[in-house]
Write a protein that binds this ligand. Structure first.
Ligand SMILES: *Cc1c(COP(=O)(O)O)cnc(C)c1O
Length: 368
């Protein structure tokens, strides 16, 4: 039985998977229409020449950008494509006009590789205080801090890589803007998953996760009145070699989401997250890390006491061998919150109660 009313349609739009796929946070399963959009364009490129095919796809590309822009609260001409979210962040930092020793504030759920990008540029990174044990940003403390000091920008992972808490981004943006501080939002885990109209100055993300578009497409969008000074012409330049077929695939994926109704999809995913957390609470000393009703379908299980990261990797490998695909999320990806690996489950709309029952049974009987 599907956990979501949208499950059977979403499932029917894709080929039958060879595994119970609970790994959308790594890469969601693309629909047949997405795969068709990509391959159709590859055939056109071979038939007519790549640039001719690109010109012929102008209207479809523009529509894809418009729909993606609507989803992230920007306009189409602000959307710039890169190969990945990380490439988008690098491109952004390369053209942002920042002082030499820039100061940036991040939340507890910051993505490890982003911290590497900041450190490599010599930024001073400070972690915002958390409002609760889960790691949500303490917005009252933020408001107070901003009266005494203003960072060059605040960088927030709307949802981090390994813990499914959703940061109150719209509220953070409102408070930061009152102090004239720019906010940059990493939407890699939130776009296609929760509402992503945030009002932030700059947002960036990736196609392949919750949007279930192809790998190899990332995006960044800068508001025209961005408080972070960005050379947007330089940001947009030099992308003529990009993966056009992939952008069309992403456009098809966004189009499907819009047809289903984004708000409905986000509600259903939140309901799946809650149902899975309820089902997995109290299973053999594994601990659900998020509040049960956190509005995301990214579910994290911390291992029983005494487990090392290698044991978590072992459990994930065992699960894969019995047909259940989850991620052993290493601590380095969420270094400000975790010190051992955790199991990350990220079901999409076609998760079934039976899948989760099987997962619970495996966790209970696994030899660890
Ligand atoms: C996956 C992820 C990224 C990086 O996305 P890529 O497209 O692989 O570069 C960035 N931030 C978060 C929070 C992620 O989960």
């Amino acid at each position: 039985m599907f956990l979501s009313d949208l499950g059977s349609d979403w499932h029917a739009a894709r080929i039958e998977p060879g595994i119970v796929h609970l790994d959308s946070a790594s890469a969601g399963r693309s629909s047949n229409a997405v795969i068709e959009a990509i391959t159709a364009h590859l055939w056109e490129e071979s038939k007519h020449g790549s640039y001719v095919a690109m010109d012929a796809a102008t209207a479809a590309l523009a529509q894809g950008s418009r729909e993606l822009a609507a989803l992230i609260g920007h306009s189409a001409d602000e959307v710039v494509y890169r190969d990945t979210a990380r490439a988008a962040l690098r491109a952004l930092l390369g053209v942002a006009n920042l002082p030499l020793a820039a100061t940036i504030w991040v939340a507890k759920n910051e993505f490890g590789p982003n911290l590497v990008e900041f450190e490599r540029r010599g930024y001073a990174v400070h972690t915002l205080p958390q409002a609760d044990v889960y790691g949500h940003v303490d917005t009252d403390a933020l408001e107070n801090m901003l009266q005494f000091e203003q960072p060059d920008f605040i960088h927030i992972c709307h949802i981090g890589s390994a813990v499914g808490i959703v940061q109150p981004v719209a509220e953070i943006v409102r408070i930061a803007h009152a102090a004239n501080v720019p906010v940059v939002v990493d939407m890699a885990q939130s776009v296609g998953h929760v509402s992503t109209t945030t009002g932030a100055d700059v947002v960036y993300g990736t196609s392949r996760k919750w949007l279930t578009g192809p790998r190899g497409v990332g995006f960044v969008a800068v508001r025209p009145d961005s408080r972070l000074p960005v050379d947007t012409e330089a940001l947009a330049a030099g992308t003529t070699g990009g993966f056009i077929a992939g952008r069309l695939g992403l456009g098809a994926a966004v189009d499907e989401l819009i047809t289903l109704g984004p708000d409905r999809v986000f509600d259903e995913l939140a309901g799946i997250g809650r149902a899975v957390r309820e089902r997995l609470t109290g299973i053999a000393s594994w601990e659900v890390v998020e509040p049960v009703d956190e509005r995301s379908a990214l579910i994290t299980l911390a291992p029983p006491p005494g487990f090392q990261s290698a044991d978590v990797v072992g459990v994930a490998e065992h699960l894969r061998q019995v047909g259940l695909l989850v991620t052993p999320a290493v601590a380095e990806r969420t270094p400000l919150m975790l010190d051992t690996a955790v199991l990350r489950l990220s079901p999409h709309l076609d998760a079934t109660r039976e899948d989760i029952d099987r997962l619970a049974a495996e966790l209970r009987t696994t030899g660890y």
